[in-house]
Design a protein around this ligand. Structure first.
Ligand SMILES: Cc1cc2nc3c(=O)[nH]c(=O)nc-3n(C[C@H](O)[C@H](O)[C@H](O)COP(=O)(O)OP(=O)(O)OC[C@H]3O[C@@H](n4cnc5c(N)ncnc54)[C@H](O)[C@@H]3O)c2cc1C
Length: 412
């Protein structure tokens, strides 16, 4: 570093809701910082969501720190395009120092500072907020490489619509949010769809007059901490949820989706499945019933004037399950030409060369997300503080927490 080098108070990497929320908090505190984005603002929502995608969080909650929803449809669901516009408007309104088309290709610690390599030269900062997400690199099971080459394989993040796929039947692997919504999108486009299900919860969209996300916040269920969640066992993935209506394995099967158990392997063009499709339906039913009774108790306990529960069409019908259960499938015999992997995400942190931040798989060490390494923070990680973390509902509190700590460091 040469003398007179401009040392920033902080650098934020990534201009999604997490990075912009932190930048807003840093701006409010008058801290000199830059937001470095390799693509455009909201890049992930522009390039990793399918055409019919809608945000699952209702409009009333899809707000950035300092903003309140004042529109006519609080329970409505934004398209990803509308959400990108919201993020761009927010960055513009608050004059956030976002530099798009600026990938950070290396991050190292040096003499108590951090050096970030950019295409047009290094940047130095006292603090770094990594808001590049661990939800934007798709993950496939290792045996995906054993599928016959003629079978088209795409990830949920690359799916756009049915007409973009090869003709023929489709196998969707994974029945959480993405898998359930994509399977419905395909069957409603007239495709033959097979769905490899998993042990995933389900959220009804509305219950007793309110959006389920509103009840999750009111009841405090969104604030169940990471520690409390871990005491119950491994933290489950996000539940199956529909943005415009409830989606259940039952409702998918009623539309013609063939429900299969968990995909366990591939051998010579044949796929093998567990015999747990029925158990997966039951698991989702029990999860939804448990949540509805927790909300009923909350309503009764607080004397809230809420309409009585109405049966949700997607939750009261029986699942149509293959009988006998399908334990293996010959892709060619079933006319399956495409497999869509809805099997989770990780993040790309290959450019992070600061010790004690990443685990052996190159993913954030959760115990170090908050200044575990002095001056480095992660923003936007799922389940890092509570169930709310990793959703837009978390950024207001998280951004303030990070910005206050950065201020404290700078003042010390
Ligand atoms: C299918 C799907 C649906 C979801 N739906 C919802 C929902 O309805 N409501 C909700 O609250 N949450 C939802 N989430 C969870 C979460 O909101 C998203 O994962 C969201 O994208 C996380 O926001 P973020 O700002 O942390 O990350 P991102 O939006 O992914 O932003 C990270 C940014 O960092 C940039 N970047 C990455 N590496 C670098 C680098 N080296 N240099 C510079 N820039 C870099 C990327 O280009 C990207 O723009 C959903 C997630 C998925 C996968």
């Amino acid at each position: 570093m040469t003398s007179g080098t401009d040392i920033l108070d902080a650098v934020v990497i990534g201009a999604g809701w997490a990075g912009l929320g932190v930048s807003h908090a840093l701006t409010q505190r008058g801290l000199r910082h830059r937001v470095l984005e390799r693509g455009r603002i909201g890049e992930t929502w522009r390039t990793q969501r399918w055409d019919s995608f809608r945000i699952n969080t209702p409009n009333s909650q899809t707000v950035m720190p300092g903003d309140t929803y004042v529109g006519p449809d609080p329970d409505g669901a934004m398209t990803s395009g509308e959400f990108v516009a919201l993020l761009e408007d927010y960055a513009g309104r608050h004059g956030l120092p976002v530099e798009t088309g600026t990938p950070v290709t290396d991050l190292v610690a040096s003499d108590g500072l951090y050096r970030l390599a950019l295409p047009h030269g290094p940047v130095w900062a006292r603090n770094v907020v990594i808001a590049s997400s661990n939800q934007n690199c798709p993950v496939r099971p290792p045996f995906s490489t054993l599928l016959p080459p003629e079978v088209q394989q795409i990830d949920a993040s690359a799916y756009r619509n049915a007409s973009g796929l090869d003709r023929g039947a489709v196998l969707v692997v994974g029945s959480a949010q993405s898998g359930g919504q994509i399977a419905e999108d395909l069957v409603q486009a007239g495709r033959t769809v097979f769905l490899a299900t998993g042990r995933v919860g389900r959220l009804p969209r509305m219950y007793r007059g309110r959006h389920i996300s509103v009840w999750l916040v009111l009841t405090g269920l969104m604030d169940v901490t990471r520690r409390e969640l871990l005491q119950q066992g491994p933290i489950p993935g996000r539940a199956l949820q529909g943005a415009l209506h409830t989606i259940s394995l039952q409702s998918l099967s009623a539309q013609g989706v063939v429900l299969l158990g968990r995909l366990t392997g591939v051998n010579d063009g044949r796929l093998s499945f567990s015999d747990d499709a029925e158990a997966n339906v039951r698991h989702a039913d029990e999860g939804s019933a448990r949540l509805r009774s927790q909300i009923d108790e909350y309503i009764a306990r607080n004397g809230i004037d809420a309409p009585s529960a109405e049966p949700d069409p997607a939750e009261v019908i029986d699942a149509l399950l293959p009988n006998p259960p399908v334990r293996s499938i010959d892709l060619a015999a079933r006319g399956i030409t495409t497999v869509i992997w809805c099997t989770g995400f990780r993040g790309d942190f290959g450019w992070v060369r600061v010790p004690n931040l990443l685990d052996e798989q190159g993913q954030p060490l959760y115990e170090n997300w908050f200044a575990g390494v002095a001056g480095v923070y992660f923003a936007g990680l799922p389940f890092v503080i509570s169930r709310r973390s990793g959703t837009i509902l978390a950024i207001k509190e998280e951004a303030a927490l990070l910005a206050d700590d950065i201020q404290r460091r700078l003042d010390s």
